[in-house]
Ligand binder design. Structure first.
Ligand code: ADP
Ligand code: MG
Length: 591
């Protein structure tokens, strides 16, 4: 049976009118019994490629998944869609019932952790009734190249090989070529079984901007983004400080999350966030894996991420539901200075690689061209020149040739002895004398007062650029000194183009189209959300399990009056229609 033949089932079970991206290719392979590795970005809808076959095929689909939180999240979603699903994990009390249900053929979908999947008992269960498919989620865990190697994943192979007739489907969002090849090898999937989807996440709007006053910048950003969001901070203490500041400034629920907190606190923060419609978590990178919350509306970085790969993965947690979402990165020259300082502590063999990563990040934050295009090229794609949904496309900055100014700036650094900070250098260049300058005779230098008027406002952004490009480095005491690229630049050998600093960029335009995206203030939309909250509390699930925002939005604008009109709205499947349809129809009728 082909994927196309499953369209009616896709609609009646999940309420979707069409497959997205490469879903159909993957489902086609699964349905014809072939082994497959699906590499698709976060939010692409990988789960559907085994959940739909779980409904279509006779026999149970076994899903290996690394985290209990992930399994339970999926379980709730699958059950809400009417799929007979269960999990076997250390926290499930209904173990015996689940095994019996599996033996009786009363399950469509069974989730299991890798350490249990490789046990003798599970093998016996599989022998009692042959499964329809082995799905291995987060399959990069099988590879030592991957970023989350899990030795238990390596032990899955004997189980898979014991059932050669059962097809395998491995799924991951990891782009890296090495890891992909290793997964194929480790799980016994032929090279032609690789289905690779594009990495674009068109609904995420990327913004990258210098960090001037982070608390204020983040407060404004959050004020314009009413939905749930994550703010990544480089340090544990930073997460706590920022949580306090943001809670006070925004009045929204804000919690800090980092690996130093008690497991209990962490799990409560995570649980509250998943259930919330406006909550914010300030977190280190420890937060994220295992959170399949589809309605995260923004991800902000209060400091430079570790690499483009981590930036892509972290921002990818926004907007999985396909609705508009925002990613904001605040960066400073000191982020690069610190990162380069850390390079010196690394073992020799890793330095070159880390330097390449940092330079790629420098290019991302500095570029005046399309951010998305740069990201996608980094992952080996050939995207269009402009995406129309990043800061540089929406508010293109003019470029300024700062080659000569860079020469002047570097000379000033050189002549003052490579130990003063940006403020001092700026004062020297613009001819603002003070006691410190006079006492050192810096007002007598040839570079004193050689930058005037308009050009002066380029000095700060230029310092950031020069640090990012390694023309300047920061001393231990915050002074500026020459970096490896400094000399050539001082001689004028490297052209330096920088973005014209904005007079004042407003977020108004984007606020307007966000309003269109989520009609906050529309009484019907608000009433539908209130009903969703009520039903969610009753069913003990997060609101998005009932319906996504997009579904409520469509209800608010189309105002369906009958069950069948409601069923036409994408995202309204048969089971949900039956369970909750009337409740929502009533709300619509009353307003
Ligand atoms: P992934 O595992 O690839 O990160 P998920 O399987 O969690 O992504 O799915 C992300 C979101 O996409 C889910 O909320 C899901 O309901 C939605 N989705 C999946 N397939 C479709 C589709 N064909 N049409 C519309 N939405 C879809
Ligand atoms: Mg997934």
């Amino acid at each position: 049976m082909s994927a196309d033949a499953l369209l009616p089932l896709l609609k009646s079970t999940f309420g979707f009118d069409a497959f997205r991206g490469k879903q159909a290719d993957v489902v086609d392979r699964v349905m014809t019994g072939e082994n497959t590795l699906a590499v698709m970005p976060t939010g692409a809808g990988k789960s559907l490629t085994y959940q739909l076959p779980a409904v279509a095929l006779t026999g149970c689909v076994v899903v290996v998944s690394p985290l209990i939180a992930l399994m339970h999240d999926q379980l709730r979603g699958a059950r809400a869609a009417g799929i007979r699903a269960a999990s076997l994990t250390s926290v499930d009390a209904d173990f015996a019932e689940t095994r019996q249900a599996y033996r009786d053929g009363a399950l469509d979908l069974l989730y299991i952790a890798p350490e249990r999947a490789t046990s003798e008992g599970f093998r016996t269960l599989m022998e009692a009734r042959t499964p329809a498919l082995f799905a291995i989620d987060e399959a990069h865990c099988v590879s030592e190249w991957g970023h989350d190697f899990r030795p238990d994943y390596r032990l899955l192979r004997p189980l898979l090989d014991a059932f050669p007739a059962v097809p395998r489907l491995a799924l991951t969002a990891t782009a890296d070529k090495h890891t992909r090849e290793d997964i194929l090898l480790q799980l016994g999937i032929p090279a032609e079984g690789l289905v690779l989807a594009g990495f674009d996440r068109p609904n995420i709007r990327y913004r990258v901007t210098p960090r001037v006053s982070p608390a204020k910048q983040l407060t404004d950003f959050i004020a314009a983004n009413p939905g749930p969001g994550i703010v990544y901070c480089p340090t544990r203490s930073g997460t706590e400080r920022l949580a306090e500041q943001l809670a006070k400034a925004t009045g929204r629920p804000v919690a800090a999350y980092h690996a130093g907190l008690d497991a209990e606190v962490r799990s409560r923060v995570q649980h509250d966030f998943v259930a919330s419609e406006d909550g914010i978590v300030t977190a280190t990178v420890a937060f994220g894996m295992g959170i399949d919350k589809p309605d995260v509306r923004f991800v902000a970085h209060a400091g430079l991420p570790k690499s483009i790969e981590s930036y892509y993965q972290e921002t990818g947690r926004a907007g999985r539901d396909g609705d508009p979402a925002e990613a904001l990165m605040l960066w400073g020259a000191d982020d690069f200075a610190k990162a380069r300082m850390r390079l010196s502590e690394l073992p020799e063999v890793r330095v070159a690689g880390e330097r390449v990563r940092l330079n790629a990040l420098a290019a991302l934050v500095e570029t005046v061209e399309c951010r998305r295009a740069l990201l996608l090229r980094h992952f080996g794609e050939t995207p269009p020149e402009r995406c129309g949904n990043c800061d540089n496309c929406l508010e293109p900055a003019a470029q300024v040739d700062a080659t000569v100014l860079a020469q002047k700036l570097l000379s000033a650094v050189y002549r003052t002895g490579q130990s003063f900070g940006a403020g001092h250098i700026e004062a020297v260049l613009t001819g603002r004398s003070d006691e410190r300058i006079a006492s050192r005779g810096h007002d007598k230098l040839s570079v004193f007062g050689i930058v005037a008027g308009e050009e002066a406002r380029l000095i700060k952004p230029l310092v950031r650029t020069l640090v990012a490009r390694e023309a300047l480095e920061t001393t231990e005491h915050g002074g500026l000194m020459f970096g490896p690229a400094g000399r050539a630049m001082m001689k004028g050998e490297t052209p330096v183009l920088i973005a014209e600093p904005p007079v004042r960029r407003t977020q108004r335009a984007s606020r307007a189209d966000r309003a269109a995206a989520n009609p906050v203030g529309d009484p019907l939309f608000d009433a539908l959300r209130a009903m969703r909250r009520e039903l969610a509390a009753e069913a003990g699930v997060p609101p998005y399990v009932i319906f996504h925002d997009a579904v409520l939005r469509a209800m608010a604008s189309e105002r369906p009056a009958t069950r069948s009109a409601l069923a036409d709205i994408p995202g309204v499947g048969g089971k949900k229609l039956e369970a909750w349809g009337d409740a929502f129809l009533n709300v619509i009728r009353q307003l």
